[in-house]
Design a protein around this ligand. Structure first.
Ligand SMILES: Nc1ncnc2c1ncn2[C@@H]1O[C@H](COP(=O)(O)OP(=O)(O)OP(=O)(O)O)[C@@H](O)[C@H]1O
Ligand SMILES: [Mg+2]
Length: 502
């Protein structure tokens, strides 16, 4: 890999000429400046891995230059060149984040030390640069492999996938049904060196024990009645690739034993076979079961659990990822509208209110299905609440009967939630909402508008009337606090855990 450039900043020509010759001989690209100000300008204009800065330079001394670099978040590593009289300042520079310092005169011994220091400083710069690139690559991310999501918790999931994909560590993916466990498994495969190899998914709950065993390990000819030919199992067929064991807690005890053995020895034996066959496999597993309970109940071997859960990724339920609901809903809308040849511009306000306040027990799968159905049902150019709310929930069944208002919420926030939930439970009927709550229809609409626009409702008396558009409102409409426009409070998003080294 090509080294990052080095900048030498010193007012003594003898030093800069000598140093740059030595470093260029050693294969580095070097630039030279004669004072601190020029050094700063160069470091702003161009990326350098290391700057060798004289402590005493005209215009900006080395220490001030270091401070400027830090303030501007310029990541170049700084090595201070100092005279004997200023060693104290050089030590101070190191305390402030300089990589190291070298004392003048630059005799052969010092130059050797410097030549040893530079690659280390460049390495540090490069490692940090890679980390920064990874962080910034994932920072604004809304999509990763086939996954869609921009919530903080999904970005943490992306980060764990990015970090563990290249290894062969087994990963256990946890999460409620429909949270995207299989997509995470596919992402782990596609981001790994095994991406060109096969990805073999097996659902341990869907297959009867004998068939699952046969699928995993294969059989020899004549292994059982009717086995007229040999059949390699998933382990053999996907050697060099990845096996995904879905619903792994449903495996029978004897398959668990065989699996454990295969993982430990990296060898399998077909049913009815004597030969050990070496395999090169990465195993991913998923479950929505409470594994501690499955282990305590003796359904899952603890040793197998530890083998499979070298790293755990915990996918948070959709209701805890408010940021993702809107993104996913819009994306599914676009996709299904295109598939169905419909021109749809989006969801109307009432549909959005329901989408954002529903608790999505079936997670992304349920949202995806709901949007597909809504697209098919829709007759207009936007999706309305009756298109998207499933029939069995139309009578408020999807809404919790009780409303929880967190301590610390204002009366205005509580009122907004009450209106929102009731509105959703009446499938977006403002008139019925008003009746149920004992409010006027205008008040209900005012609340809904304020939720949608993010602006607080003006006092009831002063609320602008629909028929008084041209008149200035009697009282100025206060800009809402951000909190007031937010959807109903949700439990704090769980961060995915990555446990390593078990
Ligand atoms: N983050 C996401 N972005 C886009 N689509 C998603 C996402 N998460 C899930 N889906 C979609 O939702 C559906 C369910 O996802 P998936 O099968 O991965 O969930 P799961 O957690 O494995 O569910 P189960 O536990 O029921 O097997 C799929 O159609 C998938 O494409
Ligand atoms: Mg699944």
């Amino acid at each position: 890999m090509k080294h990052a450039k080095i900048l030498i900043a010193d007012d003594e020509a003898a030093i800069t000429t000598g140093l740059s010759a030595i470093l260029e001989d050693a294969g580095y690209a070097v630039d030279v400046v004669s004072d601190g100000q020029k050094a700063l300008e160069a470091l702003i204009a161009e990326r350098y891995g290391v700057v060798l800065a004289d402590l005493k330079m005209p215009k900006l001394d080395g220490l001030t230059l270091l401070g400027e670099l830090q303030q501007r978040k310029i990541p170049t590593e700084c090595i201070i060149i100092t005279g004997q009289a200023t060693v104290d300042s050089a030590v101070q520079a190191m305390q402030q984040g300089a990589y190291d310092y070298i004392e003048k005169p630059l005799n052969a011994e010092k130059l050797n030390r410097l030549k040893a220091l530079i690659p280390k400083a460049l390495d540090k710069y490069q490692v940090q640069q890679t980390n920064r690139e990874l962080a910034s690559k994932l920072e604004g991310l809304t999509h990763y492999a086939e996954l869609t999501g921009q919530s903080e918790s999904m970005r943490s999931v992306y980060q764990v996938i990015e970090a563990v994909a290249p290894s062969t560590a087994s990963v256990l993916i946890l999460g409620e049904s429909g949270t995207g466990k299989e997509l995470v498994a596919r992402a782990l495969h596609s981001k790994s060196d095994r991406a060109k190899g096969p990805f073999f998914a097996l659902n341990c709950a869907a297959l009867p024990k004998e068939i699952l065993e046969n699928e995993l390990f294969g059989h020899e000819k004549g292994a059982f009645t009717g086995s007229i030919s040999e059949k390699p199992g998933a382990f053999e067929m996907s050697s060099g690739g990845t096996i995904f064991l879905d619903e792994m807690a449903e495996m029978s005890p004897d398959i668990q034993v065989k699996l454990l053995r295969a993982i430990e020895t990296k060898q399998v034996r077909r049913l009815g076979g004597k030969k050990e066959i070496s395999v090169d496999i990465r195993i991913l597993a998923a479950t929505n079961k409470n594994l501690q309970k499955a282990i305590a109940d003796g359904e899952l071997r603890e040793d197998l659990y530890y083998r499979l859960a070298v790293v755990e990724i915990d996918l948070p339920p959709l209701r805890e990822r408010a940021d993702d609901i809107q993104l996913l809903a819009n994306e599914f809308l676009g996709r299904f509208a295109q598939q169905n040849g419909k021109t749809l511009t989006g969801f109307d306000d009432a549909a959005w209110e329901w989408v954002m306040s529903y608790h999505w027990p079936g997670n992304v799968r349920e949202l995806k299905n709901a949007v597909e159905r809504a697209v098919i049902m829709s007759r207009g150019t936007t999706i309305g609440p009756t298109d998207i709310i499933p029939r069995h929930l139309r009578n408020g069944g999807g809404m919790p009967a009780a409303l929880t208002i967190p301590m610390g919420a204002t009366a205005a926030e509580a009122r907004q939630q009450l209106v929102l939930r009731t509105f959703a439970s009446t499938q977006g009927d403002a008139e019925r909402t008003a009746k149920v709550l004992g409010l006027s229809e205008r008040e209900v609409r005012g609340e809904l508008l304020s939720i949608v626009t993010g602006e607080a409702v003006a006092d009831t008396e002063a609320a602008p009337r629909a028929d008084a558009k041209s008149q200035p409102a009697a009282a100025p409409v206060r800009p809402a606090k951000k909190k007031e426009s937010a959807p109903p409070p949700r439990p704090p998003a769980k961060k995915p855990m990555a446990k390593k080294g078990r």
